[in-house]
Design a protein around this ligand. Structure first.
Ligand SMILES: Nc1nc2c(ncn2[C@@H]2O[C@H](COP(=O)(O)OP(=O)(O)OP(=O)(O)O)[C@@H](O)[C@H]2O)c(=O)[nH]1
Length: 359
């Protein structure tokens, strides 16, 4: 039987013996797990440690040390229990009779504590400092060597489990990041879809107007031309060869517009068999050159295979876009020119009627 020496409760100080009654640990029971057996002293070790260490009575809520405190004392629980809290997202541990903690403080000296240690039920602790440790070494070196081996094993195991937990956490983070990336990608795609014509892959009317708005905010060189492009007798192609052939013709027109468009230009399917192309161009000749390229390419392809057609001949109305006017003005100008091209039999480009152009 051990003879305990009882000490009055020590005054509130910093370090190992600090007591903090006002700050009892806030803890959920589910967060507390019982420490693995490796933290317990054997009966033989306990008898020796209790005989040589200093006995100390403790009360619930008493803070033995805080995370980061430098400590040189190891503790063995004789009676009662102590909670170790390693930080926000690590599982706290509740230690009971014969279990020990704080041994690194004793073995390394001035070791920064890795947990808050708080008494959770009334009891008695055995404290061992350097001088008691020396006595232990002298008294029973074999038993102490055995204890030290287990203490080292415990540190290694704790470290391994910490690494495991960090790995799992890292994996969770990785998964969360992947999900975020996939969601962002899906959203971007959805946004992209609302701006794009499904059949041809060109901008749709909405995409085109968003592009115009953006250009209005950033464009330093406003010299542009607008081409309105319409398939000739497209209804006949649908009627004679079916909608699938008609669809392929529309895709063929889109390909010609793509090949005519420069990096700063935008091609759009406005709807049905009507397209437009906004191109860089200060002068009529710049714009007409592109327009002629479009009609002659379509015509040449149409000649190569008239039936079933891969393309229709095209009519184009062309105009210059001035920065102080709006889409409706340009559209009216180009549409009037397109109407003329149609009336003249199609397969041609007509330039804006300058008399109609805004001053
Ligand atoms: N295959 C196909 N046909 C479409 C699509 N959208 C509209 N159309 C058809 O395109 C045809 C357009 O006919 P119109 O506006 O009369 O034009 P058009 O026959 O080219 O006449 P002109 O312009 O005067 O030469 C209609 O028959 C529509 O049904 C589509 O996505 N695919």
């Amino acid at each position: 039987m051990n003879s305990f020496r009882w000490y009055p409760r020590p005054p509130v100080t910093s370090g190992d013996r600090s007591v903090n009654r006002d700050r009892a640990p806030r803890r959920r029971r589910a967060d507390i797990e019982v420490l693995e057996p490796a933290a317990s002293l054997t009966a033989e070790e306990y008898a020796l440690f209790a005989q040589i260490g200093q006995q100390r009575r403790v009360e619930p809520g008493e803070r033995l040390f805080r995370r980061g405190d430098l400590g040189t004392t190891m503790y063995v629980i004789s009676q009662g229990s102590v909670d170790l809290d390693f930080g926000d997202d690590l599982v706290a541990k509740r230690l009971g009779a014969r279990e020990f903690f704080g041994e690194l403080g004793l073995l390394i000296g001035d070791h920064a504590r890795s947990a808050d240690a708080t008494v959770s039920s009334p009891g008695v602790l055995v404290e061992l400092r350097q001088q008691e440790f020396e006595t232990l070494v002298e008294r029973d070196p074999r038993l102490l060597a055995h204890f030290l081996r287990r203490a080292i094993m415990r540190v290694v195991l704790n470290e391994q489990s910490l690494i495991g937990r960090l790995r799992r956490r890292n994996l969770d983070l990785q998964t969360a990041l992947d999900t975020l990336r996939a969601t962002t990608h899906r959203l971007t795609q959805t946004e992209e879809l609302t701006r794009t014509d499904e059949l041809t892959g060109l901008a749709n009317r909405r995409g085109f107007h968003l592009h115009l708005q953006q250009r209005r905010r950033t464009d330093e060189q406003p010299g542009r031309g607008l081409l309105l492009i319409d398939c000739d007798r497209f209804k006949n192609i649908n009627d004679d060869h079916g909608h699938l052939v008609g669809d392929r013709v529309l895709q063929g027109v889109a390909n010609i517009l793509r090949s005519a468009a420069g990096p700063d230009d935008i091609a759009c399917r406005l709807g049905g068999d009507e397209f437009c192309l906004m191109i860089k161009g200060e002068h009529r000749d710049d714009v007409m050159r592109v327009a002629e390229f479009i009609t002659t390419t379509a015509h040449a392809l149409h000649e190569m295979q008239p039936s079933p057609p891969q393309i229709a001949t095209l009519s184009v109305g062309a105009c210059l876009v001035t920065p102080d006017t709006e889409w409706d003005d340009w559209y009216a100008l180009a549409d009037a020119a397109l109407y003329r091209a149609k009336r003249l039999g199609g397969n041609r480009v007509e330039w804006q009627d300058d008399a109609l152009a805004p001053a």
